[in-house]
Design a protein around this ligand. Structure first.
Ligand code: UGA
Length: 449
């Protein structure tokens, strides 16, 4: 059993704290946001993440997990300190805003009076960990007895608990000087996972930071690749969904992350590829990552293209039309609307004169907060009432399960535009609906499988 402190209680920190307690450790979660802490203390997760509430409550009840605003309490209590605060995009710049990470070190390091280990989990530009290690040593009374490592997190929202307790791999970056202490602390923390033969890669700080940013850059590139193919398919009269199935059968390519649609959003991929470009520029390797600018461009084009398709479907102008938007979260099983393609598209349609009504199974409160001018409904059917077009922008199971008979009598016109290629096309067309997918011809392509 290790005594652990986790700084930051957002998606990453709250999940990590709860899961470390689940592994049998004693954990204290620390945050500067008192309202988050009081919710968590009551066993309530301040965001939607399937399965997390159970893990949280179970471990609070067992006494292994608690929350506190106090850095001194955490410094006194824990032997391993995880940094799990956010690194958002800086306003008006591509670079990452490291103020939260820096402030954890500035507050924590002066309180470290005995040997302990700091492990960073936040996604940071390469070179950050080495600087933080140096700063920690200069501030901490325990000085050289503080081990410093980076242990990037690969969890996906919606699967956060599973990804933390059963990751594909564990990566640990450590400095030469404190490598032994850092590695042994990490081995103790993750003992249960290592017993399950989860691969554990120990490397230097810079490589560990780059593993995370390059993984997200690769995923973003894969999505933009298939979306670029969707653009070509549309003008060539081909079907990108069949194309993805076929190329995905080559194991070197793989089918996952090849779903063409309105593109990627969220709090990670968009800002991570931008921060990566900014950092490569600072290091003099900007040419290496200029392709990411194109990845970003393809992705942003999806949103305007989607608006054009809807406009085209309703007769050339959105003015005075009524559009139902199904989905607001950046992906299903999440209430996260950060950089969500769905809300962005809804907003653009409204600016072009449509009356837009949005429904999402989980993201209504967050959507209202950042986009109060859109209309919101309490159900998918209500959102579609009198709609001139139904636009599906997040592939929630609830929307996939909709059938024409659910909407036939409420809509003004039977038009469905499938921004995630997730609706069963034949079912809709056979019922007399006009269906449009992204990267798919207007007439279906025949496939014999
Ligand atoms: C992403 C990575 O997948 C995680 O490995 C990483 O740990 C995390 O960022 C992070 O840096 O913290 P996440 O942002 O939760 O996870 O979401 P993803 O599942 O990667 O989806 C990102 C976006 O891509 C969503 O908007 C999704 O709709 C879109 N997407 C995904 C597609 O458009 N097509 C696909 O085939 C897959």
């Amino acid at each position: 059993m290790t005594r652990i402190a986790v700084f930051g209680t957002g998606y990453l920190g709250a999940t990590h704290a709860a899961c470390m307690a689940e592994l049998g450790h004693e954990v204290i979660g620390v945050d500067v946001d008192a309202s988050k802490l009081s919710k968590l203390e009551a066993g309530e997760v301040p965001f939607y993440e399937p399965g997390l509430e159970e893990v949280l409550s179970r471990n609070i009840e067992s006494g292994r997990l608690r929350f506190s605003p106090s850095y001194s309490e955490a410094a006194e209590f824990a032997d391993v300190h995880f940094i799990a605060v956010g690194t958002p995009q800086k306003k008006g710049e591509y670079a990452a805003d490291l103020s939260h990470v820096n402030s954890v070190i500035e507050s924590l390091a002066p309180l470290l009076t005995r040997p302990s280990v700091i492990l960073g989990k936040s996604t940071v530009p390469v070179g950050t960990a080495a600087k933080l290690a140096e700063r920690t040593r200069s501030l901490a009374p325990a000085g050289d007895n503080i081990g410093f490592g980076w242990n990037p997190e690969f969890l996906r929202e919606g699967f956060a608990v599973q990804d933390t307790l059963h990751p594909d791999r564990l990566v640990l970056g450590a400095e030469k000087e404190s490598r032994a202490a850092v590695e042994s602390a990490a081995r103790e923390v993750y003992a249960q996972l290592l017993e399950e033969d989860i691969p554990f890669l120990v490397t230097d700080l810079a490589t560990s930071e780059l593993v995370k940013t390059s993984a997200n850059a690769f995923l973003a590139t894969k999505i933009s690749f298939i979306n670029a193919m969707a653009e070509v398919c549309e003008v060539a009269g081909a079907d990108v969904t069949v194309l993805a199935d076929a190329i995905g059968m080559d194991v070197r390519i793989g089918r996952r992350f090849l779903n063409a649609g309105v593109g990627f959003g969220g709090g990670c991929l968009p800002k991570d590829i931008r921060a990566f470009m900014a950092r490569a520029g600072e290091l003099g390797a900007d040419q290496a990552l200029t392709f990411l600018r194109e990845v970003d461009n393809i992705n942003m084009r999806r949103r305007t293209h989607m608006v054009e398709i809807v406009r085209d479907m309703v007769g050339g102008s959105l003015v005075g039309t009524r559009i139902a938007v199904l989905g607001a979260a950046f992906k299903p099983n999440s209430d996260d609307v950060r950089d969500s393609p769905a809300l962005n598209i809804a907003g653009q349609m409204q600016l072009q004169g449509a009356s837009v009504t949005v429904f999402d199974p989980q993201a209504m409160d967050n959507s209202r907060r950042i986009f109060p001018t859109l209309e919101y409904s309490t159900s998918a059917v209500e959102a579609c009432t009198h709609a001139d077009a139904v636009v599906v922008l997040t592939e929630w199971d609830e929307f996939r399960a909709l059938r024409p008979r659910d909407l036939d009598d409420v809509v003004r016109a039977r038009r469905i535009i499938d921004g995630r290629n997730c609706m069963p096309r034949e079912v809709w067309t056979e019922s007399g609906w006009h269906y449009r997918g992204l990267g798919r011809p207007v007439e279906p392509v025949r496939v014999n499988r």
